[in-house]
Design a protein around this ligand. Structure first.
Ligand code: SF4
Length: 375
């Protein structure tokens, strides 16, 4: 779609196939020995949408073969909602009229203790853009506190320099998540009205920078609803493939967040149907059988219950998207977006067990941090 794309990002090439593949192509993709992007395009087609049961059966088989019956659980912790970016789809954008807050050291400990008491061993720390309220030193201090309490600490914060990611790694951070939001540079420019996040290229290169610096895992994703979802899924696939070739020892995962209602009332130009989301997840699983695929509480209960173990093999639960949401009863004002699945951990785990899936709170040990840093 634009000359700004790096060479590896060319989903246009596959879009015709994603639109026009027929039932024969779908069968060919479902039975391919080593499916790649051509098969992914076929499985994203309307013809594949007519064969959703078959996609789901294949995805479920591959998920169980690769990950067994386990669903690792993680929980997000919002450290700060200060932001200077103008992302149209976000309740934390700097033009939203809302009280802002950051957690101080004691608050962070209280939140972490609450999450630890719930049983979590994997925590994802979040903020908005880099501001004087939440800068590198602040994130690093929070990582240190988290690493003292949790086996696995990852961050979803502003893009950092290589040196900063190295500093986070040394502080006990294992990985980072950075969604490109949209891989289409023109749409990206419209959706990110102001602030440092307008730099598409810098964001696109950030996961590679983090891996170069010593982080072990990266989570990628596109915020579905901003541009043609089939195109975005193809682009996400190419991003994963490219990183996997270059960083073959890294743990790369993908997510499929859909835009949720938020302060600001943004309506997505390309709303993504439930059926297409299932299709995209199953298609991704079929074409990348060993790639961890995560799903957050953005999605409603019935959807999460249905897709658990069918493509998706990692989930969050009991999430609050407000700063201080776990220990402060007053922290109930609108968060970054509206959570759809607000079940307790107990109820969620009972659902998983009913489906013969095993919730996993600990999937990594803090001792591995030193090993991976010295390797
Ligand atoms: S998506 Fe992130 S960077 Fe954009 S406004 Fe929201 S918090 Fe800020």
């Amino acid at each position: 779609m634009s000359a700004l794309h790096p060479d590896w990002l060319n989903p246009d090439r596959w879009l015709a196939c994603a639109r026009n593949a027929d039932a024969r192509n779908v069968q060919q993709a479902l039975t391919a020995e080593c499916p790649g992007i051509a098969e992914l395009a076929m499985l994203l087609s309307p013809a594949a949408g007519m064969a959703l049961d078959r996609l789901a059966t294949r995805a479920r088989f591959l998920t169980r073969r690769q990950f067994g019956h386990t669903i690792p659980l993680y929980v997000p912790l919002y450290l700060s909602d200060f932001c200077k970016n103008g992302c149209v789809y976000c309740g934390f954008a700097s033009d939203r009229r809302r009280p802002r807050r950051r957690l101080e050291r004691d608050d962070i400990i209280a939140e972490m203790d609450s999450l630890k008491a719930m049983g979590f061993e994997e925590i994802l720390l979040l903020t908005g853009e880099r501001t004087p309220h939440a800068d590198f030193d602040y994130i690093r201090a929070a990582v240190i506190l988290a690493a003292e309490r949790f086996d696995l600490v990852t961050v979803e914060v502003f893009p950092m320099t290589r040196e900063e990611y190295h500093g986070l790694s040394e502080a006990g951070c294992t990985g980072m998540t950075m969604y490109q939001e949209t891989y289409d540079p023109a749409v990206y420019e419209r959706m990110h009205r102001w602030g440092p996040k307008r730099d598409y290229q810098y964001r696109l290169e950030t996961p590679a920078r983090a891996l170069d610096a010593g982080l072990r895992t990266v989570g990628l994703g596109a915020l579905l609803g901003l541009a043609d979802p089939a195109w975005e899924v193809l682009a996400l696939f190419q991003h994963v493939q490219t990183l996997r070739k270059q960083y073959w020892r890294a743990g790369i995962s993908a997510s499929f967040p859909r835009i949720r209602p938020q302060l600001g009332g943004f309506t997505p130009p390309f709303p993504v149907s439930d059926r297409f989301l299932v299709q995209a997840i199953c298609a991704f699983r079929i074409c990348m059988p060993d790639l961890p695929l995560a799903l957050s509480t953005r999605e409603p209960v019935w959807f999460r219950d249905g897709i658990a173990g069918i493509g998706i093999n990692k989930m969050s639960i009991a999430s609050r998207t407000t700063v201080g949401g776990y220990h402060d009863g007053n922290a109930t004002d609108g968060g970054q977006f509206k959570v759809s699945d607000s079940r307790s951990i107990e109820d969620f785990c009972a659902m998983l067990k009913n489906k013969e899936l095993e919730p996993v709170f600990k999937n990594w040990d803090a001792a591995y941090r030193d090993i991976s840093q010295s390797a």
